[in-house]
Each structure stands twice: as structure tokens, then as C-alpha cells.
Design a protein around this ligand. Structure first.
Ligand code: BGC
Length: 425
């Protein structure tokens, strides 16, 4: 149980994995997948992104100076395999191996994400994850990848936010192939990814013959859905439907019944709440204006309603249900207001501490994100970085932000309670 020190600071347990996270398409640049030609709402694309592809050495140094002990990173399938059943590209494998070696030298434990919203072009041509043939293709890829990397990695995160991916590709139209209201495709994608997760878990376990037990899980995004008015029947009904479709249906597809055995931890991404008013989601990312949100008293970053209490409820519910250790695989806030972000992080970590104190086994926390980066359909307008990146400058300079400084103290001491004086929200 995490104790409190005499000075009343909150102490996290020894060995708690303080980390940060990125995904390949969002930071690497120089990638050829379905995002290469995608033009985001701010008119930009991901072709250079943070140029992490060439600058990973420097970025690992930034991580080390932050004091993080964990790094959740993506491996980009489209770089490694040029067609169904093809051998993996050795040059690209060597680059990932070099990253893993440097992380080890820096004392940083990697968590590898195998699928984070992107696919090789030949997979997109097959119809992406709506096509059952993609399951076998992905398992073949993983079967070839794991033997090369297994001596450097023991935490595997197969799929990042299958719910976000399937809904934005096939229900809401935000991600390529930008289809809308194809509920059948949404369900197929989830089922195929869940099948691939189960099969990959078996493959990964069998390949670890070195006495190490690999940790295998997904990262499920968990949004709290609700109605703005207590007695708004139809808004409650819509919130219930979203909760079923995006939370319960998805988590059950991956973790329900026998399939639960494929995971030995649960990864959870938590950003906040989405409430409805006359069917409109009250979120900046859902089109609500700052003036409207202010009038309604809803506190948001540039994407979501902030709702720290929801973090505790989610952790308790899912821990009680699955009895698996949990990693918070993503949490962060997008804003150019540092005080807001610091306060937000502090509040969420207080809730996390309380929840762990009540007995929920949470093993680590990965702040989203190391760098300001390509935020998918929104481009570069959302500032999530512990380091800012100046995208207007060709040199793409990184600079520690105030929230990065705040997080650095936490990573180094495992103590919370040092929130600098600043504007409260
Ligand atoms: C995704 C990230 C994304 C972040 C912030 C998560 O949904 O995994 O790729 O950048 O949230 O929106």
C-alpha cells in the first residue's frame, strides 16, 4: 500500500514504473502507411512529424534527463514487412534494436506496442482489419518480429485502443479510410483484432524459451460517458449506448471468458469524460466551442472533459472484474496552458494514489506524450508533450515544458505533493 511521508507527500511504491509514451506514426516521420497522404484538419501531414526516425538517440537522452524508467513505444509494421508472409527488413529491424539497446543503457524499460492506428499499404488494400485474412498476416509478422526483439523486451502491448481505431475508421470518419456509420465493419475490426491478440499472445509466450515470462496485454481506452442533465432520458440512453459499444463490447471481445487468459496485465488509457446535451457531445474534440463549455461549467483540455474521479472508478471496476495488474498506458492533457496541465496531472495522480491505497494493483504510469506530435486528424495543434516541439522551425527543437519539469520531479522521487504555486483551474 502506498504510504504518506511525514511532510504529507504522497509516496508511490518502490519499483512503480514512471514512464512516457509515443507512437511511431505520430513522431517518427518518413513512414509509408495510410497516414502518409492524409491531410489533417490543420492542413498538415505526418511525413516528417518530429523526425524521431533520425533523432531517436537525442530523444532517448531527453527521456533519460527526465528520469523516466519506462517508455511505451510503437513498432511500425509498414517499415518491416513489404507484403504477406515477407521476411522482415533487416535495416529497419536494426534501427529498432539500436533503440532498445540505447534504452537499456539509459536504464529505461521498453513496453512495445505492436499496432497503434497504422498498417502497411498492402493491408489497407485488403480492406484493413475488416478482412479476416489480416489476422493471419499480423500473426505471421509477430511470429517473425518477436524472436529478434525478445532478448530486449518483456512487456508487449499488442493493440492500442482498438475502440478508438475501429470507431474513427468506420463510425465517425476521422481516421482513414474515413467511413461513417458502418457498424458491421466496426464490430468486425474489433473481433479480428481480438482474435489476433489471442493468437499473438500464444506466439509470444511460446517464443520466450529463456525463462522470462513476458507481460502481454492490450491498451484499452476508457471514456466515461454521461448526460449533462440528470433527467435527460435520451442523452442518458445515448451515453449508455456509447458505453456499451466503445467500452463493454470491446473489453469483452478481448478479455471475456477464455480469451481473458491471453493477457496477464490490463493496459488502460484514460483521458476523461464525454457528456451529452441534446445528443451533442460536450467536448472540444466533438465540436463544442470554448464559450459554450465555459457557460456550462465544463472543464476541458483541448480535447476532452477532465474528470479525475473517473480514473478511480474505472481502475476499481476493471481490477475487480479481471483481477489483473494494471498499467496506465496513457494519460495526459493537451493545452498550451502549463498550469492547467500541471494541475491536471497532479489531480489524476492523487486519484491514482488513493486508488492504489485501496488495493488496486497498478504497476506503472506512462505520460502521454514525450513530445508534442502529430495528433492524427487534428495535426500539430494539440500540445501533449513533456517536451514541446517547434514545428515552425525546420530544426524541430525540443524544449522541456513546465509540466515536463513537474513530471521530472515525480519520476525522480516517486513523491507527489510538490505542485508549484500556479493558477488553479
Ligand atoms: C492515442 C494517442 C493519442 C492520444 C491523445 C490516444 O487516444 O493512443 O495516439 O495521441 O490518445 O489523443
Amino acid at each position: 500500500m502506498p504510504p504518506k511521508t511525514a511532510e504529507n507527500r504522497l509516496v508511490f511504491p518502490k519499483g512503480f514504473l514512471w514512464g512516457t509514451a509515443t507512437s511511431a506514426t505520430q513522431v517518427e516521420g518518413h513512414v509509408i502507411n495510410e497516414w502518409t497522404d492524409f491531410v489533417a484538419q490543420d492542413g498538415n501531414h505526418c511525413r516528417t512529424a518530429c523526425n524521431h526516425y533520425h533523432r531517436y538517440g537525442e530523444d532517448i537522452d531527453w527521456m533519460a534527463s527526465l528520469g523516466v524508467k519506462g517508455y511505451r513505444m510503437g513498432i511500425e509494421w509498414s517499415r518491416l514487412q513489404s507484403g504477406p508472409g515477407a521476411e522482415l527488413n533487416q535495416v529497419e529491424l536494426d534501427r529498432y534494436l539500436d533503440i532498445l539497446k540505447r534504452l537499456k543503457q539509459a536504464g529505461i524499460t521498453p513496453m512495445l506496442v505492436l499496432h497503434h492506428f497504422s498498417n502497411p499499404p498492402w493491408i489497407s488494400k485488403l480492406g484493413g482489419w475488416t478482412n479476416p485474412a489480416v489476422v493471419a498476416a499480423f500473426v505471421d509478422y509477430v511470429r517473425k518480429l518477436v524472436p529478434v526483439l525478445k532478448d530486449h523486451v518483456y512487456i508487449w502491448n499488442t493493440f492500442n485502443e482498438p475502440d478508438t481505431y475501429a470507431s474513427l475508421c468506420y463510425l465517425l470518419g476521422g481516421f482513414p479510410p474515413c467511413r461513417k456509420w458502418r457498424i458491421g465493419s466496426f464490430r468486425k475490426v474489433i473481433r479480428h483484432m481480438a482474435d489476433a491478440h489471442v493468437q499473438c499472445s500464444g506466439v509470444i509466450r511460446r517464443l520466450y524459451t529463456n525463462g522470462v515470462t513476458p507481460e502481454i496485454g492490450i491498451a484499452k481506452n476508457w471514456t466515461v460517458f454521461g448526460a449533462y442533465h440528470k433527467f435527460a432520458f435520451w442523452d442518458h440512453a445515448l451515453a449508455g449506448l456509447c458505453h456499451y459499444l466503445f467500452n463493454e463490447f470491446v473489453v469483452d471481445a478481448f478479455m471475456g471468458g477464455e480469451r481473458g487468459r491471453a493477457s496477464n496485465y490490463l493496459g488502460l488509457n484514460y483521458y476523461g469524460r464525454s457528456r451529452f446535451l441534446n445528443f451533442q457531445p460536450l467536448l472540444p474534440a466533438g465540436g463544442a466551442s470554448p464559450a459554450q463549455l465555459k457557460r456550462l461549467g465544463i472543464v476541458c483540455d483541448d480535447m476532452m472533459e477532465r474528470y479525475p474521479a473517473g480514473l478511480g472508478v474505472m481502475l476499481k471496476q476493471l481490477y475487480a472484474r479481471y483481477q489483473l495488474p494494471i498499467y496506465l498506458t496513457e494519460h495526459g492533457a493537451a493545452s498550451s496552458d502549463s498550469d492547467f496541465r500541471i494541475h491536471d496531472l497532479n489531480q489524476h495522480l492523487e486519484v491514482l494514489h488513493q486508488t492504489m491505497k485501496s488495493g488496486v494493483d497498478v504497476r506503472g504510469f506512462f505520460y502521454w506524450s514525450l513530445l508534442d506530435n502529430f495528433e492524427w486528424q487534428f495535426g500539430y495543434s494539440k500540445k501533449f508533450g513533456l517536451y514541446s516541439v517547434d514545428f515552425a522551425d525546420e530544426a524541430l527543437p525540443r524544449k522541456l515544458t513546465a509540466v515536463g519539469e513537474f513530471y521530472r520531479q515525480i519520476c525522480r522521487t516517486s513523491l507527489l505533493g510538490m505542485e508549484p504555486a500556479g493558477k488553479k483551474v
